[in-house]
Design a protein around this ligand. Structure first.
Ligand SMILES: Cc1cc2nc3c(=O)[nH]c(=O)nc-3n(C[C@H](O)[C@H](O)[C@H](O)COP(=O)(O)OP(=O)(O)OC[C@H]3O[C@@H](n4cnc5c(N)ncnc54)[C@H](O)[C@@H]3O)c2cc1C
Length: 465
């Protein structure tokens, strides 16, 4: 890293605000203490010009163009309306998988920026590009959302027994095969993102009614978990809206109980920090994992469904959500059992911090780092952002990781690995996902502007050499 005085003013402003830089300085200030215990590093720390220097120029330009457009209300409103129409329209003309011109336009603009590709060849290339940038891993999910027409719904409902048509069982099979195909596109250490609702009505109805996992579903999930473990990968279960989430949590616990028998988890459940009940939900998970002796994997998000949820279930303000999110991360990293379960031991576990919020990433990283430096117990900790979003934070995380690796041994690392999360599928299949990303950007104007200034600064740095 160059001395700050050699950087332009925008860079100083950016780095001054950048929590990861603070982490880096903290890391360096403890270096001598750290090195007392560690052997002399084999590799010298790389000379870093700027964390974003690792981004290919082609990627930087596309990112700057798109992110700048997303900060413009004049552009974002019609773009959102158009993506919304494209994601729901049944017209062949508006179907990007049938209309070649539309397909090309969407690929050139949003699709290539946010999505991993439409087939194995394209996805493999994107995953390789992401790893070449320096990310320690990827998370890959399949975007296809199964939509039923009226004739394919449950055939009859008698008392509590629902009879499903053969097509509904085929959907579980299709979902399983799609998920296994996605798994084969990632490598050891990477994550598979699993959407249990993607399996269709048998899964969704049972989840909504908070019933045990139907047999066909349990078999498919078992097969996916076993294949994931065999490959040396991990998987996480995406969180859904509240109407489904309680049933999903029950199933997630059942799956973790069965498959998380080792020291570190194979399966992670998602906790949404914006829910008022999220801390109690974490405590419930901690208690069961401790009593039953399985490893608890938690992926922590703030929550994406604020516009569609019963508002009273969600914290009243963004600040309350921020506090809740940071408290849950802190509880995991500091291995704190609930107040009324102090007699229980903290279970084996791991935390994946899924966020674009730099303040939360900084807080959690500092807590984790301080505990390791003080020889206090903590858990495995990793961090990730969505492809095409918060690249300035992701690049800082990657830089911190590489610097720490160069200064220390892998066993002594005290910074989180950095991941990028992406979705694959045809352009048409990804429209729903792209719509959600556009909505998310609309609600995060300040952060998007911060990303634009970081990208602009990086471009300027390259131009002036
Ligand atoms: C890798 C990854 C995986 C994800 N997987 C899932 C998933 O499985 N399920 C899911 O639901 N989401 C998921 N998300 C999305 C996530 O829940 C957030 O919507 C998104 O990341 C924005 O939150 P943030 O932590 O990045 O921080 P910020 O952008 O700082 O926070 C924005 C969030 O704060 C909350 N918020 C905003 N305004 C208010 C308010 N007035 N009152 C209370 N709370 C408010 C909302 O949750 C909003 O999304 C994922 C995100 C990432 C990065």
């Amino acid at each position: 890293m160059l001395p700050r005085s050699t950087l332009g003013r925008p860079a100083q402003r950016f780095l001054g605000q950048s929590p990861q830089y603070v982490i880096h300085r903290r890391f360096r200030s403890t270096k001598s203490h750290y090195h007392d215990a560690a052997p002399e590093p084999a590799i010298r720390p790389p000379v870093q010009i700027s964390p974003m220097a690792r981004l290919p120029t082609r990627f930087l330009l596309r990112s700057l163009l798109l992110t700048s457009l997303m900060t413009s209300k004049i552009f974002l409103r019609p773009a959102l309306a158009l993506i919304s129409v494209l994601s729901t329209s049944k017209s062949a003309l508006l179907n990007p998988d049938r209309n070649i011109a539309l397909n090309k336009l969407l690929r050139w603009t949003v699709y290539n920026h946010f999505c991993a590709g439409a087939n194995k060849k394209e996805v493999s290339r994107t995953v390789a590009d992401v790893k070449k940038i320096g990310y320690q891993g990827v998370i890959l999910g399949y975007s296809k959302e199964i939509v039923l027409d009226h004739n394919e719904q449950a055939a009859s409902t008698e008392s509590s027994t629902t009879q499903y048509q053969e097509r509904c069982y085929e959907m579980i099979e299709e979902w399983k095969n799609g998920t296994l195909e996605t798994l084969r596109m990632v490598g050891p250490g990477d994550f598979l993102a699993v959407k249990l609702t993607g399996a269709g009505p048998i899964s969704v109805d049972a989840m909504r009614a908070r019933q045990p996992m139907p047999e066909a579903m349990a078999k498919a999930v078992d097969e996916i978990c076993i294949a994931t473990e065999k490959q040396g990968s991990r998987l996480w279960l995406d969180a859904e809206q509240q109407v489904l989430q309680k049933g999903l949590d029950d199933w997630a616990i059942e799956i973790m109980r069965k498959h998380n028998k080792g020291e570190t988890p194979i399966v992670y459940n998602t906790i949404q920090g914006y829910l008022k009940a999220s801390k109690a939900n974490l405590d419930h998970h901690l208690t069961l994992a401790s009593q039953e002796g399985w490893a608890l994997g938690i992926k922590l998000v703030r929550g994406a469904y604020i516009e569609h949820e019963t508002r009273s279930l969600i914290h009243d303000t963004q600040q309350d959500t921020d506090r809740s999110y940071d408290l849950i991360a802190d509880t995991m990293l500091c291995q704190r059992m609930p107040a009324d379960k102090q007699d229980l031991q903290f279970p084996k576990g791991a935390l994946f911090l899924a966020t674009h919020n730099a303040a939360s990433a900084t807080k959690a990283t500092a807590t984790h780092q301080n505990r390791l430096l003080a020889n206090k117990p903590t858990i495995m900790f990793e961090c990730g952002q969505i492809q095409g979003m918060a690249d300035e934070l992701s690049c800082e995380l990657v830089s911190n990781y590489e610097r720490a690796l160069a200064e220390s041994s892998a066993a002594k690392l005290n910074v989180p690995k950095a991941f990028k999360c992406m979705t694959w599928g045809s352009v048409s299949e990804c429209m729903g996902y792209l719509h959600r990303r556009a909505v998310e950007n609309r609600g995060a104007v300040e952060r998007t502007q911060h990303m634009v200034s970081a990208l602009r600064h990086e471009l300027w740095r390259r131009i002036v050499g």
